[in-house]
Design a protein around this ligand. Structure first.
Ligand code: PEP
Length: 253
């Protein structure tokens, strides 16, 4: 797998201008961790200001519409994210798959729109607890990868997959390192089946209750190329502890 470890904070529907102080602190500290790629995905209302506030870290959206423009009240398209200074966008987060009933086909269309607009993409997949208990986790997740991955020319170069078990998001529960390793291996095999050799270079992040206490263990798992972090990305202190864990592993790796 190519590239630096990628640690991305997803602020979800949290943050007003006052929280840009956290982004500023994260950006300043990022200079101490040149072997880690750091990024934040704030709510779209903060994107433009965050872009102006930070210098070193990436800034991205949490979702985009699949169309370029039009009568879609309340929506934001990929070109608008790019115009506001985004480098990337998340698509297919399980909260959108659940609350907005987003399908794999819609997620794929969003990923393709984002790539066409010049953004990189973090595409989320993950099984529910019932699916894992039924022994279907790998089947569900690899089917999501198959159905959601963009077909755009050159897609693997700007694509990351975030494996986020739905039952681990915001719960404090995490899968065993063996389960994370098995799932990342299955995702890798599917990416190579889709993209050929280029599928080997797509970064696969782990997400779901990553914190300072478990980051080193999770980031050391084979095929884990970084982390998508929700709750622990909301303060510089908790997020930088995860970035620091990634940096320590990158030093020895
Ligand atoms: C997320 O929702 O992408 C996430 C990983 O959340 P948390 O870290 O809070 O589990």
């Amino acid at each position: 797998m190519a590239g630096l470890p990628y640690i991305v904070g997803n602020w979800k529907m949290n943050g007003t201008r006052a929280m840009l102080n956290e982004a500023r602190a994260i950006d300043r500290a990022a200079a101490r961790f040149p072997k880690v790629q750091v990024a934040l995905a704030p709510p779209s209302t903060l994107l433009y200001r965050m872009r102006d506030t930070v210098e070193l870290i990436g800034v991205g959206g949490q979702d985009c519409h699949a169309k370029d423009n039009g009568a879609y009240t309340g929506e934001v398209c990929a070109g608008m994210l790019k115009d506001a200074g985004a480098d990337f966008t998340i698509v297919g987060h399980s909260e959108r798959r659940e609350y907005q009933s987003e399908t794999d086909a819609e997620v794929k269309a969003k990923a393709e729109a984002a790539l066409s607009a010049g953004l990189s993409v973090i595409l989320c997949v993950g099984e529910t607890e019932a699916q894992r208990d039924a022994g279907d986790a790998e089947g569900v997740v690899t089917a999501q990868v198959e159905g959601s991955c963009p077909s755009t020319e050159g897609a693997p170069e700007r694509l990351s997959i975030a494996y986020e078990p739905v039952w681990a998001i915001g719960t404090g529960r995490v899968p065993s390192v063996d389960d994370v390793a098995a799932m990342h291996k299955a995702i890798r095999a599917k990416l190579v089946a889709i993209y050929g050799d280029a599928g080997s270079d797509v970064r696969i992040l782990y997400g779901g209750s990553v914190k300072a206490e478990n980051a080193a263990e999770l980031l050391a798992v084979p095929e884990v190329g970084g982390a998508l972090v929700g709750g622990a990305s909301l303060t510089a202190e908790s997020f930088l502890a995860i970035v620091g864990a990634a940096a320590s592993l990158a030093e020895v790796g």
